[in-house]
Design a protein around this ligand. Structure first.
Ligand code: TXA
Ligand code: MG
Length: 313
């Protein structure tokens, strides 16, 4: 069914306008992936360098061959297992695909998101929607409609409000464009889950890795200076620093009259769900610094650990 707001979103896409749409991971800044003018707008609004490729979102598997070629059985197996869901697959691109979308590379990122509003827009639109996260380049991805408004204001023509994103961090990106299947960006679908489906180990080969803007060292970052530390390092730091007021975010309760403490969940899914919203709120409070307790070593923490490292370089 097409509600009036979805209808308007489709009209805007057809007119080359930008819409913000909720997905299960983070909000995306969407445009018609076949309209080069609209794609240019995405880069302008985000302030994103043009060599950082965009992900194309599609409604179902039958659309995959509109965008990608040389689709291996392994890739299909991953798509069938995890789509719709927080997984982006990198394929060789079809020849008609604009190099503007792919940052000049010969590969393209594709994903079917698992959110009723995103899926409804995609089904009714009938073609691919290019959508990076709806934040300014390098900043924290938005996980609520309000956060999109803070990031982009009037630069986006329509914001579809789908509530808070369930996953909270961006999709896992897996390169299936060559022989080495490898993770380019960790997400809540872990390396272990992917290896279990494929009955093979993923490649750790770092040669010829395509550019991934999420792999820049400082990314997903608050404006406030942010440090990642062990509990002991935090305690030592608190006993010597004069840099107050400051906030500590962590899994181990620390009491100190001079700082604010935010307790995070010991469950990685819940931690990921809350992460960006918590950082965004702390970032508004004019702390001199934010200290974040390191998370455990297990693979289930890979996505959270990766984003914390990038927020705090
Ligand atoms: O969960 C997500 O993936 C969200 C939602 C909106 O779908 N999107 C997202 O898009 O995080 P973005 O543009 O913020 O991050 C996409 C990442 C970038 O780091 C980009 O460089 C990488 O995907 N990427 C896209 N196409 C690629 C390609 N052909 N080769 C390598 N990396 C690619
Ligand atoms: Mg992004």
């Amino acid at each position: 069914m097409q509600t009036p707001i979805i209808h308007q979103a489709i009209q805007f896409l057809k007119q080359g306008k930008l819409i913000a749409l909720p997905t299960e991971t983070v909000y995306g800044l969407g445009a018609d992936a076949k309209n080069e003018e609209a794609i240019r707008k995405i880069f302008n609004v985000k302030g994103r360098p043009v060599d950082h490729p965009l992900i194309v979102h599609i409604a179902d598997l039958s659309q995959l061959s509109d965008w990608a070629i040389d689709i291996s059985d392994t890739a299909l197996q991953l798509a069938k297992t995890f789509w719709p869901g927080p997984l982006t697959l990198i394929f060789k691109k079809a020849s008609h695909v604009s190099p503007l979308l792919t940052g000049g590379q010969n590969t393209i990122g594709i994903r079917i998101p698992n959110h009723p509003i995103a899926l409804s827009v995609l089904k009714n639109f009938g073609s691919g929607i290019a959508a990076p996260s709806a934040n300014r380049f390098g900043r924290i991805s938005p996980t609520t409609a309000e956060a999109v408004r803070e990031e982009l204001g009037d630069a986006v023509d329509l914001i579809l409000d789908g509530g808070q994103c369930e996953v909270g961090v961006e999709s896992t990106i897996v390169d299936v464009s060559g022989n080495d299947i490898r993770i380019l960006r960790p997400g809540m679908i872990s390396a272990k889950q992917i290896e279990t489906v494929l009955h093979q180990h993923l490649s750790k080969n770092k040669n010829n890795i395509p550019r991934v803007s999420g792999s820049l060292e400082l990314h997903y970052a608050p404006k406030t200076k942010t440090h990642l530390m062990s509990v002991d390092e935090i305690k030592n730091y608190l006993s010597t620093t004069k840099n107050f007021p400051l906030a500590v975010m962590g899994l181990t309760k620390i009491s100190n009259a001079k700082m604010d403490f935010v307790m995070m969940s010991e469950h990685p899914e819940k931690y990921a769900h809350d992460l960006y919203q918590t950082l965004r709120e702390l970032d508004k409070k004019n702390y001199r610094e934010i200290l974040i307790e390191k998370v455990p070593d297990g693979v289930e923490w890979d996505a959270v650990r990766d984003r914390l490292q990038r927020a705090s370089k």
